[in-house]
Design a binder for this molecule. Structure first.
Ligand SMILES: NC(=O)c1ccc[n+]([C@@H]2O[C@H](COP(=O)([O-])OP(=O)(O)OC[C@H]3O[C@@H](n4cnc5c(N)ncnc54)[C@H](OP(=O)(O)O)[C@@H]3O)[C@@H](O)[C@H]2O)c1
Length: 282
Protein backbone atom coordinates (compact mmCIF):
# COMPACT_ATOMS: atom_id res chain seq x y z
CA UNK A 1 0.00 0.00 0.00
CA UNK A 2 1.42 3.38 -1.06
CA UNK A 3 0.54 6.32 1.19
CA UNK A 4 0.33 9.54 -0.81
CA UNK A 5 0.48 12.89 1.00
CA UNK A 6 -0.51 15.98 -0.96
CA UNK A 7 -2.88 13.61 -2.76
CA UNK A 8 -5.37 16.24 -3.90
CA UNK A 9 -2.74 18.65 -5.23
CA UNK A 10 -0.97 19.46 -8.46
CA UNK A 11 1.39 16.47 -8.32
CA UNK A 12 -0.69 14.13 -6.16
CA UNK A 13 -3.57 13.77 -8.61
CA UNK A 14 -1.59 12.73 -11.72
CA UNK A 15 0.67 10.58 -9.54
CA UNK A 16 -2.31 8.69 -8.17
CA UNK A 17 -3.64 8.16 -11.69
CA UNK A 18 -0.30 6.63 -12.70
CA UNK A 19 -0.19 4.40 -9.64
CA UNK A 20 -3.77 3.20 -10.18
CA UNK A 21 -3.04 2.50 -13.87
CA UNK A 22 -0.06 0.42 -12.75
CA UNK A 23 -2.32 -1.62 -10.46
CA UNK A 24 -0.83 -0.32 -7.19
CA UNK A 25 -2.85 -0.02 -3.99
CA UNK A 26 -3.05 3.62 -2.97
CA UNK A 27 -4.07 5.32 0.25
CA UNK A 28 -4.61 9.04 -0.29
CA UNK A 29 -4.49 11.23 2.78
CA UNK A 30 -6.37 14.51 2.78
CA UNK A 31 -7.77 16.94 5.31
CA UNK A 32 -11.04 17.00 3.35
CA UNK A 33 -11.97 13.50 2.09
CA UNK A 34 -15.46 14.48 0.93
CA UNK A 35 -13.97 16.98 -1.54
CA UNK A 36 -11.10 14.75 -2.72
CA UNK A 37 -12.69 13.22 -5.89
CA UNK A 38 -9.99 10.63 -6.60
CA UNK A 39 -10.11 7.60 -8.91
CA UNK A 40 -12.19 4.56 -7.97
CA UNK A 41 -10.23 2.03 -5.95
CA UNK A 42 -8.16 4.62 -4.11
CA UNK A 43 -8.56 4.45 -0.35
CA UNK A 44 -9.17 8.04 0.71
CA UNK A 45 -8.44 8.61 4.40
CA UNK A 46 -8.88 11.70 6.54
CA UNK A 47 -5.79 13.10 8.21
CA UNK A 48 -3.33 15.95 8.37
CA UNK A 49 0.20 14.95 7.35
CA UNK A 50 1.49 17.70 9.64
CA UNK A 51 0.03 15.60 12.49
CA UNK A 52 1.16 12.08 11.56
CA UNK A 53 -0.73 10.45 14.44
CA UNK A 54 -3.97 11.38 12.60
CA UNK A 55 -3.11 9.08 9.66
CA UNK A 56 -3.99 5.39 9.28
CA UNK A 57 -0.64 3.68 8.59
CA UNK A 58 -1.54 -0.02 8.81
CA UNK A 59 -0.33 -1.91 5.74
CA UNK A 60 1.64 1.03 4.34
CA UNK A 61 4.79 -0.09 2.51
CA UNK A 62 5.85 3.20 0.83
CA UNK A 63 5.28 6.88 1.57
CA UNK A 64 5.21 9.79 -0.86
CA UNK A 65 6.23 12.93 1.03
CA UNK A 66 4.88 16.21 -0.31
CA UNK A 67 6.64 18.95 1.70
CA UNK A 68 3.67 21.30 1.41
CA UNK A 69 1.46 18.71 3.07
CA UNK A 70 3.89 17.36 5.69
CA UNK A 71 5.49 20.63 6.86
CA UNK A 72 8.08 19.77 9.50
CA UNK A 73 6.47 16.43 10.41
CA UNK A 74 8.30 14.22 7.88
CA UNK A 75 10.67 12.59 10.42
CA UNK A 76 7.77 11.66 12.71
CA UNK A 77 5.59 10.44 9.83
CA UNK A 78 8.40 8.20 8.57
CA UNK A 79 9.17 6.93 12.08
CA UNK A 80 5.53 5.89 12.57
CA UNK A 81 5.30 4.45 9.05
CA UNK A 82 8.45 2.36 9.64
CA UNK A 83 6.92 1.04 12.87
CA UNK A 84 3.98 -0.12 10.73
CA UNK A 85 6.32 -1.89 8.29
CA UNK A 86 6.95 0.78 5.63
CA UNK A 87 10.10 0.19 3.58
CA UNK A 88 10.38 3.18 1.25
CA UNK A 89 10.14 6.99 1.31
CA UNK A 90 10.01 9.17 -1.80
CA UNK A 91 10.39 12.93 -1.26
CA UNK A 92 9.19 15.67 -3.63
CA UNK A 93 12.11 18.00 -3.08
CA UNK A 94 13.56 20.90 -5.08
CA UNK A 95 16.73 21.58 -7.03
CA UNK A 96 17.54 24.64 -4.91
CA UNK A 97 17.85 22.80 -1.58
CA UNK A 98 21.64 23.19 -1.49
CA UNK A 99 21.44 26.96 -2.09
CA UNK A 100 21.46 29.46 0.80
CA UNK A 101 18.09 29.43 2.56
CA UNK A 102 17.22 32.93 1.24
CA UNK A 103 17.39 31.47 -2.29
CA UNK A 104 14.63 28.99 -1.42
CA UNK A 105 11.49 31.19 -1.57
CA UNK A 106 9.11 28.29 -0.99
CA UNK A 107 10.42 27.99 2.59
CA UNK A 108 8.68 31.29 3.29
CA UNK A 109 5.35 29.56 2.65
CA UNK A 110 6.21 26.52 4.78
CA UNK A 111 7.62 24.13 2.15
CA UNK A 112 10.64 22.66 3.92
CA UNK A 113 11.93 20.76 0.89
CA UNK A 114 15.45 20.49 2.28
CA UNK A 115 14.35 19.02 5.60
CA UNK A 116 11.88 16.65 3.95
CA UNK A 117 14.63 15.30 1.70
CA UNK A 118 16.86 14.94 4.76
CA UNK A 119 14.10 13.09 6.63
CA UNK A 120 13.81 10.58 3.79
CA UNK A 121 17.59 10.10 3.55
CA UNK A 122 17.98 9.66 7.30
CA UNK A 123 14.86 7.53 7.82
CA UNK A 124 16.62 4.19 7.53
CA UNK A 125 14.14 3.32 4.78
CA UNK A 126 14.90 2.95 1.08
CA UNK A 127 14.69 6.49 -0.26
CA UNK A 128 14.52 8.64 -3.37
CA UNK A 129 14.50 12.45 -3.42
CA UNK A 130 13.17 14.12 -6.55
CA UNK A 131 14.83 17.51 -6.87
CA UNK A 132 12.48 19.36 -9.18
CA UNK A 133 13.12 22.67 -10.86
CA UNK A 134 10.61 25.35 -11.80
CA UNK A 135 7.14 23.80 -12.27
CA UNK A 136 5.38 24.78 -15.52
CA UNK A 137 2.39 25.53 -13.28
CA UNK A 138 4.32 28.55 -11.90
CA UNK A 139 3.50 30.39 -15.13
CA UNK A 140 -0.18 30.05 -14.31
CA UNK A 141 0.37 31.21 -10.71
CA UNK A 142 2.53 34.17 -11.86
CA UNK A 143 0.69 35.30 -14.98
CA UNK A 144 -2.75 33.68 -15.01
CA UNK A 145 -4.55 36.70 -13.53
CA UNK A 146 -2.84 39.13 -15.92
CA UNK A 147 -3.63 36.97 -18.95
CA UNK A 148 -7.26 36.52 -17.95
CA UNK A 149 -7.50 40.32 -17.63
CA UNK A 150 -5.70 41.36 -20.83
CA UNK A 151 -2.98 40.69 -23.37
CA UNK A 152 -0.01 42.27 -21.56
CA UNK A 153 2.09 40.25 -19.13
CA UNK A 154 4.37 42.35 -16.94
CA UNK A 155 7.59 41.05 -15.45
CA UNK A 156 10.99 42.30 -14.33
CA UNK A 157 13.41 40.01 -16.12
CA UNK A 158 12.86 39.38 -19.85
CA UNK A 159 16.09 37.37 -20.05
CA UNK A 160 15.43 35.13 -17.05
CA UNK A 161 15.43 31.48 -18.06
CA UNK A 162 13.51 28.53 -16.74
CA UNK A 163 13.20 24.93 -17.95
CA UNK A 164 9.57 24.32 -16.90
CA UNK A 165 8.82 20.85 -15.56
CA UNK A 166 5.46 19.37 -16.60
CA UNK A 167 3.51 17.96 -13.63
CA UNK A 168 2.75 14.83 -15.68
CA UNK A 169 6.50 14.17 -16.00
CA UNK A 170 7.13 14.70 -12.29
CA UNK A 171 4.19 12.42 -11.47
CA UNK A 172 5.53 9.74 -13.85
CA UNK A 173 9.02 9.87 -12.31
CA UNK A 174 7.54 9.79 -8.80
CA UNK A 175 5.50 6.71 -9.76
CA UNK A 176 8.67 5.08 -11.01
CA UNK A 177 10.47 5.93 -7.76
CA UNK A 178 7.65 4.29 -5.80
CA UNK A 179 7.13 1.23 -8.01
CA UNK A 180 10.66 0.29 -9.16
CA UNK A 181 14.18 0.21 -7.73
CA UNK A 182 15.77 2.25 -10.53
CA UNK A 183 16.07 5.52 -8.60
CA UNK A 184 16.89 4.23 -5.12
CA UNK A 185 19.35 6.33 -3.07
CA UNK A 186 19.37 9.01 -5.76
CA UNK A 187 18.47 12.71 -5.88
CA UNK A 188 17.77 13.24 -9.58
CA UNK A 189 17.36 16.84 -10.72
CA UNK A 190 14.16 17.06 -12.79
CA UNK A 191 13.49 19.81 -15.32
CA UNK A 192 11.67 20.31 -18.57
CA UNK A 193 13.47 19.77 -21.89
CA UNK A 194 14.20 23.40 -22.84
CA UNK A 195 15.21 26.65 -21.12
CA UNK A 196 12.90 29.51 -22.05
CA UNK A 197 12.70 33.21 -21.23
CA UNK A 198 9.43 34.80 -20.04
CA UNK A 199 8.73 36.26 -23.52
CA UNK A 200 9.25 32.77 -25.03
CA UNK A 201 6.99 31.15 -22.43
CA UNK A 202 4.33 33.78 -23.07
CA UNK A 203 4.61 33.21 -26.83
CA UNK A 204 3.79 29.53 -26.25
CA UNK A 205 0.83 30.42 -24.04
CA UNK A 206 -0.29 32.85 -26.76
CA UNK A 207 -0.14 30.06 -29.34
CA UNK A 208 -2.09 27.68 -27.08
CA UNK A 209 -4.79 30.23 -26.25
CA UNK A 210 -4.95 32.00 -29.61
CA UNK A 211 -4.39 35.31 -27.84
CA UNK A 212 -1.99 38.13 -28.94
CA UNK A 213 -0.11 38.09 -25.63
CA UNK A 214 3.06 40.13 -25.18
CA UNK A 215 5.63 40.63 -22.44
CA UNK A 216 6.27 44.09 -21.01
CA UNK A 217 9.29 44.80 -18.83
CA UNK A 218 8.62 46.63 -15.57
CA UNK A 219 10.78 47.39 -12.53
CA UNK A 220 11.36 44.65 -9.93
CA UNK A 221 9.20 46.66 -7.47
CA UNK A 222 6.32 46.82 -9.95
CA UNK A 223 6.69 43.10 -10.72
CA UNK A 224 6.60 42.33 -6.99
CA UNK A 225 3.44 44.43 -6.54
CA UNK A 226 1.88 42.59 -9.49
CA UNK A 227 2.59 39.20 -7.89
CA UNK A 228 1.37 40.41 -4.49
CA UNK A 229 -1.90 41.51 -6.06
CA UNK A 230 -2.50 37.87 -7.04
CA UNK A 231 -2.05 36.67 -3.45
CA UNK A 232 1.66 35.80 -3.45
CA UNK A 233 3.16 36.95 -0.10
CA UNK A 234 5.54 39.92 -0.57
CA UNK A 235 8.64 38.11 0.70
CA UNK A 236 7.99 35.12 -1.58
CA UNK A 237 7.47 37.43 -4.57
CA UNK A 238 10.69 39.34 -3.85
CA UNK A 239 12.71 36.12 -3.46
CA UNK A 240 11.24 34.72 -6.69
CA UNK A 241 12.15 37.88 -8.61
CA UNK A 242 15.71 37.65 -7.22
CA UNK A 243 15.88 34.05 -8.47
CA UNK A 244 14.85 35.24 -11.95
CA UNK A 245 17.84 37.57 -11.95
CA UNK A 246 20.09 34.71 -10.77
CA UNK A 247 19.01 32.61 -13.76
CA UNK A 248 20.60 35.07 -16.24
CA UNK A 249 23.30 33.35 -18.23
CA UNK A 250 23.23 30.05 -16.32
CA UNK A 251 24.37 27.39 -18.79
CA UNK A 252 23.05 24.17 -17.24
CA UNK A 253 19.34 24.68 -16.62
CA UNK A 254 18.19 21.56 -18.47
CA UNK A 255 18.68 18.17 -16.82
CA UNK A 256 18.49 14.85 -18.74
CA UNK A 257 17.04 12.99 -15.73
CA UNK A 258 13.37 12.92 -16.79
CA UNK A 259 14.30 11.34 -20.12
CA UNK A 260 16.74 8.98 -18.40
CA UNK A 261 14.04 7.84 -15.97
CA UNK A 262 11.13 7.57 -18.40
CA UNK A 263 12.94 6.49 -21.59
CA UNK A 264 11.28 9.29 -23.58
CA UNK A 265 11.92 13.04 -23.83
CA UNK A 266 10.48 15.30 -21.16
CA UNK A 267 7.23 16.98 -22.25
CA UNK A 268 7.75 20.45 -23.76
CA UNK A 269 6.15 23.59 -22.32
CA UNK A 270 3.94 23.87 -25.41
CA UNK A 271 2.27 20.56 -24.39
CA UNK A 272 1.64 21.93 -20.90
CA UNK A 273 0.24 25.23 -22.28
CA UNK A 274 -2.15 23.32 -24.54
CA UNK A 275 -3.37 21.20 -21.64
CA UNK A 276 -3.96 24.29 -19.48
CA UNK A 277 -5.36 26.58 -22.20
CA UNK A 278 -8.67 27.07 -20.39
CA UNK A 279 -6.94 28.02 -17.12
CA UNK A 280 -5.59 31.10 -18.88
CA UNK A 281 -8.77 32.04 -20.66
CA UNK A 282 -10.93 31.64 -17.53
N1 LIG B 1 6.54 25.42 -7.84
C1 LIG B 1 7.75 24.98 -8.11
O1 LIG B 1 8.41 25.43 -9.03
C2 LIG B 1 8.35 23.89 -7.27
C3 LIG B 1 9.58 23.35 -7.65
C4 LIG B 1 10.15 22.35 -6.86
C5 LIG B 1 9.48 21.90 -5.74
N2 LIG B 1 8.28 22.45 -5.40
C6 LIG B 1 7.63 21.95 -4.18
O2 LIG B 1 6.51 21.13 -4.49
C7 LIG B 1 5.63 21.14 -3.34
C8 LIG B 1 4.22 21.53 -3.75
O3 LIG B 1 3.64 20.46 -4.41
P1 LIG B 1 2.17 20.60 -5.00
O4 LIG B 1 2.17 21.70 -6.00
O5 LIG B 1 1.70 19.25 -5.38
O6 LIG B 1 1.37 21.10 -3.72
P2 LIG B 1 -0.14 21.63 -3.67
O7 LIG B 1 -0.90 21.16 -4.83
O8 LIG B 1 -0.14 23.11 -3.38
O9 LIG B 1 -0.65 20.97 -2.30
C9 LIG B 1 -0.72 19.57 -2.15
C10 LIG B 1 -1.72 19.23 -1.05
O10 LIG B 1 -1.14 19.50 0.22
C11 LIG B 1 -2.20 19.72 1.16
N3 LIG B 1 -1.86 20.92 1.91
C12 LIG B 1 -1.69 22.18 1.42
N4 LIG B 1 -1.41 23.04 2.43
C13 LIG B 1 -1.39 22.30 3.56
C14 LIG B 1 -1.17 22.62 4.93
N5 LIG B 1 -0.91 23.88 5.33
N6 LIG B 1 -1.23 21.62 5.84
C15 LIG B 1 -1.50 20.34 5.46
N7 LIG B 1 -1.75 19.98 4.17
C16 LIG B 1 -1.68 20.96 3.25
C17 LIG B 1 -3.49 19.89 0.37
O11 LIG B 1 -4.23 18.68 0.51
P3 LIG B 1 -5.63 18.57 1.33
O12 LIG B 1 -6.25 19.94 1.33
O13 LIG B 1 -6.38 17.56 0.53
O14 LIG B 1 -5.25 18.08 2.69
C18 LIG B 1 -3.00 20.03 -1.07
O15 LIG B 1 -3.88 19.51 -2.03
C19 LIG B 1 6.19 22.18 -2.38
O16 LIG B 1 6.98 21.56 -1.40
C20 LIG B 1 7.04 23.04 -3.30
O17 LIG B 1 8.05 23.77 -2.62
C21 LIG B 1 7.69 23.42 -6.15
Amino acid sequence: MILVTGATGLIGRPLIERLVEAGAKVRAVTRAPSAAVLPAGVEVVPGDPRQPETIALDGVTSVLLNPRAVGTAAPELLRLAAQHGARRAVALSALNVDLPLERQPSRLRGDFNKEVEQAAVESGLEWVSLRSGYYADNTLRSWGAQIRAGDVVRGAHPEARWAPLHELDLAAVAAQALLTDTLLSRKPVLTGPEALTPPQLIARIAEATGRPLRFEEVSPDEARRQLESTGVPGQVAAAFIALEADSYGQPDLVSPEVERALGRPALPFSHWAGLHRSDFTG
